[in-house]
Design a protein around this ligand. Structure first.
Ligand code: BG6
Length: 508
């Protein structure tokens, strides 16, 4: 494989990172999986990078009966199981930032205790962040009780005001999302609500806007005149793991398609915002969602994995996974063709594909350009020349790849396809921060750019809701296809894209 040498020049004047004001973070669901796997490691990284505010601590709240010391011991041993190479002292100082409060989320006494603790720790001139890392069923009682205890009053002035971070899943369908929004908005102003989609915190996803709007050469061709179609893929080789309880009720359309796929699609296809301000970007995303044509049921394939082989190991079918009913009809795969009714994208299909237990785990966005209009190269016809493509490799090999045609040295007419691959790990002289680091800092800063606004989430649900309803009501359209684990999905997904004369970008 030929090596491409990429050069990076960092302009320090263009590298702006603000340090947030003093913050107290209250984590509900502190003894849960999300806190252990994502929130605490991200906070620890921020601590090591000295990005946490001067005054910062965490009030960890959960039902489990623990005290400060035992909770700190738990965090310490969990962080030691990561590849932490530093000293015990650093770990101890970090863990001492945590205080533990056990209580029932429905019980007003929990919030009275919390309020007392917050007073004791000195909440004046501090951002108060309430992170709902709990199952969604308790979002409502927690926020209601926070409201009753007077802990989330928007002060309307100054930089310090309470904020609430809400994890995915945000609702189960359109009506539950509307209901949850209404309940939150009864108590909180929109500027206090941080709806998380962790894909937006990924560096490569954040890069889409900079790539499009900090360069002049791409935007002029970013339209139906030059782009033939767009493919967005979120492929996972992992199965449902130990999350069957949630996942079997949700299914893949809700789990990945309604949020991560739509958010990436919006960043790729929205109109240029007037500025990098949160609401200017979110305005454009919502406008884009309004222009997506309702999805035809014949343009969507739902499927479930059967037993198969991944990395030379036989893996069970979805129905054999722990906690999954043996007759489950939940989809673990979705492929769809979408159309966008706008001047920019008229007649340009967007193909979205996502599934669990596929051949490889990766996420990418492939922009497929049109063929050259006319070939001057005699026997080589324009349709036979591979068209240009630009791929955002979201993960795991983060980078950007541009494929062009070039002359191969030697024979006078020898055309070759050259891919210019730029991998972050080769050029960026820094580690990739986890999405949660970015998102947590932004919550502390009061920057909502990477969070989903109320109208945005409702529009996203509005697009998938008719599909979910039809699947519920009409068994014939719900028809589930099957694919072997370790494959690229069912044949019907290939037919879906094949019927438009295209094929999936990565199938090897
Ligand atoms: C989550 C889904 O939102 O995203 C999971 O609930 C999925 O099912 C995960 O595995 C994928 O995230 P990532 O960052 O690993 O691509």
């Amino acid at each position: 494989m030929p090596q491409l040498k990429a050069h990076l020049k960092i302009n320090k004047n263009f590298c702006i990172e603000e340090k947030p004001g003093d913050t107290i973070l209250v984590v509900f669901g502190a003894s849960g999986d999300l806190t252990e796997r994502k929130i605490i490691p991200a906070l620890f990284n921020l601590y090591q990078k000295k990005l946490l505010p001067k005054k910062f601590f965490v009030l960890a709240c959960a039902r489990t009966k623990l005290d400060d010391i035992s909770f700190r011991d738990q965090i310490k041993s969990s962080l030691m199981q990561t590849n932490y190479q530093g000293t015990q002292d650093v770990l101890t100082v970090f863990c001492n930032l945590f205080f533990y409060l056990s209580g029932d989320y429905h019980d007003p006494r929990t919030y009275a205790d919390l309020s007392l603790l917050l007073d004791k720790t000195g909440k004046k001139n501090c951002n108060l962040l309430f992170y709902l890392a709990t199952p969604p069923v308790v979002y409502d009682p927690i926020v209601e009780n926070l409201g009753k205890a007077g802990l989330v009053k928007d002060c309307h002035e100054g930089i310090f005001y309470p904020r609430v971070v809400v994890e995915k899943p945000f609702g189960h369908d359109l009506s539950s999302a509307l209901e949850l929004n209404a309940k939150l908005r009864d108590i909180l102003a929109e500027r206090q609500i941080y709806r998380i989609d962790h894909y937006l915190g990924k560096e490569t996803v954040q890069n889409i806007l900079m790539f499009r709007f900090a360069n002049t050469i791409f935007e002029p061709v970013w339209n139906r005149q030059y782009i033939d179609h767009v493919q967005i893929t979120v492929a996972e080789d992992i199965g449902v793991g130990h999350r069957a309880g949630y996942y079997d009720k949700a299914g893949h359309l809700r789990d990945i398609f309604q949020n991560h796929m739509f958010e990436m699609m919006a960043l790729v296809a929205m109109e240029p915002p007037a500025s990098f301000e949160a609401d200017r970007i979110r305005d454009q995303k919502t406008e884009f969602f309004r222009s997506i044509r309702p999805v035809q049921l014949t343009d969507i394939v739902r499927a479930q994995y059967k037993e198969g082989i991944i990395k030379n190991t036989v893996v069970p079918s979805y129905r054999q996974e722990q906690g999954v009913p043996p007759d489950s009809v939940t989809e673990t795969f979705v492929a769809a063709k979408l159309w966008v009714d706008s001047w920019r994208w008229h007649d340009v299909p967007f193909f979205l594909k996502t599934g669990k237990r596929l051949a490889k785990g990766f996420s990418e966005i492939a922009i497929k350009f049109k063929h050259v209009p006319h070939s001057i190269f005699g026997p080589i016809h324009s349709v036979d020349m591979p068209s240009n493509e630009l791929v955002f490799n979201v993960q795991p090999n983060e980078g950007i790849a541009l494929t062009i045609q070039a002359k191969y040295p030697g024979p006078k007419l020898c055309m070759s396809t050259l891919t210019m691959d730029l991998f972050y790990k080769d050029v960026m002289e820094t580690e990739m921060p986890s999405p949660y680091e970015r998102l947590l800092i932004d919550c502390m800063l009061g920057d909502q750019t990477l969070f989903i606004r109320q109208d945005e989430i409702e529009l996203e649900w509005g697009l998938v809701d008719p599909i979910l309803k039809s699947w519920e009501l009409e068994p014939s359209v719900r028809e589930l296809k099957f694919y072997p684990a370790g494959s690229w999905g069912p044949a019907e997904a290939d037919e879906l894209i094949g019927s438009e004369g295209r094929c999936w970008h990565r199938q090897n």
